[in-house]
Design a protein around this ligand. Sequence first.
Ligand code: 2IT
Length: 448
Amino acid sequence: MGRIVDQYIEIAQRRNPGEPEFLQTIEEVLSSLEPVLQKRPDLVESGMIERLIEPERGISFRVTWVDDQGKVQVNRGYRYQFNSALGPYKGGLRFAPSVYPGIMKFLGFEQIFKNALTGLPIGGAKGGSDFDPNGKSNGEVMRFCQSFMTELFRYIGPEIDVPAGDLGVGAREIGYLYGQYKRLTTKFDGGVITGKGIVYGGLPGRTEATGYGIVFFTRNMLEACGEKLEGKTVVISGFGNVAWGTAVKLNELGAKLLAFSGPDGYILDEAGISGEKVDYMLELRNSGKNICKPYADKFPGSKFFAGEKPWGVKADLYIPCAMQNDVHLEHAKQIVASGCKFYCEGANMPTTNEALEYLMANGVTCGPAKAANAGGVACSAIEMSQNSRKMPMKREEVYEQLETIMKNIHDSAAAASEEYGFGYNLVAGANIAGFLKVAEAMTAQGYV
Ligand code: 2IT
């Protein structure tokens, strides 16, 4: 007998041709929901899944700007407002050449469940552009952001849709986007975008929140398995904001970071990547070159492996923090062969479905991104509340809330997994716990 969810996977395939990343996340999420639908015929009758996999709204627009040579440049901008059952749409903006509707929809769909897991009142969305900020001057980035916001501002607002950063969109871009929003609306509506600088309404702790949250979540996962984070050797990928925050917190909690990577290859530093070496990750990111090789020239004793991924390095714990589909089946085989027992996703969907299945089938405990990296968006929701109260929060308060939120996310994913017969499977549990919350709100709000 076929599964109930297969009909929805077929609908998704028919409606989203040429968008493999979106179909990948749909298949991953729906596989976890089969036992839920078997117990809940009401959710089948109300077309819950078919409604959920269709974005409420998606816009695409032209972004025209002039480069430093005076040449006219055209990019494409997007915002997919996926689901508003729990609150205003919320989710980041990604600026990267690989951005197209399939990437926007996969990220927007993941965001619905992630945001639900935080327990905070935020719906799911994602946006961005195929603009590549690497190698662009400040002036070019500013002109691009201003042009992007000149269209986007019509569709967002503190009670409507609240963007934030993602790959290629950091504090600098958020500042330029916010400045243009303010100019167009004549309003200081800080709550329209999160990840702002602290002097103009940003939340202390937001920058490091995603990485810190990933490490808190990982620690919860290890403890649930009777292990400690302290003393563990770790390999991560990436060297952006998420990788940096993860590296800082790993060191603080007594783990030893051995390797990180960039698109050009990976760095192995057996002495441990801590202190100024972690700070140097930010310098690499800010260089605008998107390469990690200079680390090996700066810190003797470390090694650079050109064109390779770090998944062959022996470690107790792996945390991919770069981007989607970073870990394929052949890497999962390397990870299992090295004897590693713990794997926690930092980036969004860094693992192909077959690689994730292989890891779990071979005794590796896995933390899913939509739970593990939810600390970033959770702190964004705290930033929204700070902005509406017009009362700045203290960093320590934010850290405390973040730690509690990550523990709650872990525990609710673990409980949902147990309840629906998956044992201790955080991947299935996160999908189920997030889904049930959204489904309850959508049911209450009728067929919309
Ligand atoms: O993937 C993510 O959760 C983000 N890029 C952050 C979203 C947000 O609204 O803070």
